[in-house]
Write a protein that binds this ligand. Structure first.
Ligand SMILES: *Cc1c(COP(=O)(O)O)cnc(C)c1O
Length: 380
């Protein structure tokens, strides 16, 4: 019941015990195509370039940023938690001229504030999180894509924490590139990053297409743009690898693709709307139960993520001891947070299979029992 990674769906674990296939096996190419099609539905997009980057969610972030950002390009990052700082850091490692705007942890940005910053800094790319698990806040994104395109900027969204847990209609919101991981609401293991790339962004990436020398065929013309600094995260080559042409790049992590396919299949079978409602309902039940234990919710409740709940650790209670006892006595993991919030709040996830009434009630009962053994705890 932490903020991720979470326990995987048993069907996903079963899919991962399937025999390996190489990435050129015709059956495996069909699995890849099916996975693309499933994730078009998960991302609610028609983007042709909907694919997987091998590696944890961060691999998706690095691939997006290194492929979109040329050294010297300006990138604007609205930071509302730890993962916003991470986006700024990765963009700066890509050589970007990074500009950030910040809002206090526990709050999010008004779209107008982001538009003012876009107008002021004129970035090539705006990169931000949908949900920043460190603060449990979700940034409303409905207007952000259009703000970016109005000012000639591309948008990138890290939706690792939220995909499958709350709405993210990529096309309706005109977002250019979005990436995620499996280990949060999708109920899979970490190790592969689903990603969708809109046409505008794909064109910008193709301008930088420089195929490895040993793979070049007759008639090959490199793109006019600067070569992408990373080979592994070169989305121009990864798009070619996922295309019908199946140009060789890395050896596919086929077991992870089985996992991604099964996570996508389960979500599509359940229905996005149902899955989102289930996460919201579990989160409401948890929040009500925590209030019943006399605990105060953390952050601006209007913008709380529906799949992670932040709660203040009461005065006189040892937060780490409570976490250790939850695990040792009840086999339940809950999280603390990072940086300025470390030891100040707990973060309790309701994601994937845990976004259900039974695990939520079990967690509340366990937390109550553990809190009662804390001398400093008084139920108000
Ligand atoms: C959990 C999380 C990640 C995790 O990245 P990994 O590389 O898979 O560890 C990234 N971004 C956000 C917003 C997250 O919540």
């Amino acid at each position: 019941m932490g903020p991720g990674p979470i326990n995987a769906y048993p069907q996903v674990l079963r899919a991962m015990s399937t025999q390996l296939l190489g990435q050129f096996d015709p059956q495996f190419r069909r699995y890849m195509a099916e996975t693309s099609a499933l994730y078009r539905r998960v991302f609610q997009t028609r983007n042709r370039q909907t694919l997987m980057v091998d590696g944890t969610a961060r691999a998706g972030i690095e691939a997006a940023l290194v492929s979109l950002v040329e050294p010297g390009d300006r990138v604007l990052v609205p930071v509302f938690g730890r993962f916003g700082h991470l986006l700024a850091e990765i963009a700066s490692r890509c050589g970007a001229d990074v500009r950030t705007i910040e809002t206090p942890w526990g709050t999010v940005f008004e779209p107008e504030a982001i538009e003012r910053a876009v107008r002021k800094h004129r970035p090539k790319l705006v990169a931000l999180c949908q949900g920043d698990t460190s603060t449990t806040m979700a940034q409303p994104l409905a207007e952000i894509g259009r703000i970016c395109s109005r000012h000639g900027a591309l948008s990138y969204v890290d939706a690792t924490a939220t995909l499958g847990g709350m709405p993210l209609p990529v096309d309706r919101w005109s977002l250019d590139v979005v990436s995620a991981g499996l280990q949060k609401c999708l109920g899979g293991p970490s190790g592969i990053a689903p990603m969708t790339i809109g046409d505008r962004a794909a064109k910008a990436i193709r301008r930088r297409r420089h195929i490895e020398q040993g793979l070049q065929q007759k008639g090959y013309r490199p793109g006019a743009g600067r070569r992408i600094q990373s080979n592994y995260f070169d989305l121009a080559m990864i798009m070619d690898y996922w295309s019908e042409q199946a140009l060789n790049h890395h050896t596919e992590a086929t077991t992870m693709l089985y996992a991604a396919r099964e996570c996508g299949r389960l979500l599509v079978k359940e229905g996005l709307r149902h899955a989102h409602a289930r996460h919201a309902e579990a989160s409401r039940t948890l929040a009500a139960g925590l209030r019943g234990l006399g605990l105060a919710p953390y952050g601006d409740q209007r913008h709380k993520m529906p799949n992670v709940t932040g709660v203040w650790i009461p005065k006189g209670v040892d937060g780490e001891r409570v976490r250790a006892r939850m695990l040792a006595r009840h086999n339940i993991e809950i999280g603390t947070s990072f940086g300025p919030l470390h030891g100040k709040i707990w973060r309790i996830g309701t994601m994937g299979a845990n976004a259900r009434r039974a695990p939520v009630l079990r967690t509340l009962r366990a937390l109550e029992a553990v809190l009662r053994s804390e001398k400093g705890y008084r139920l108000a």
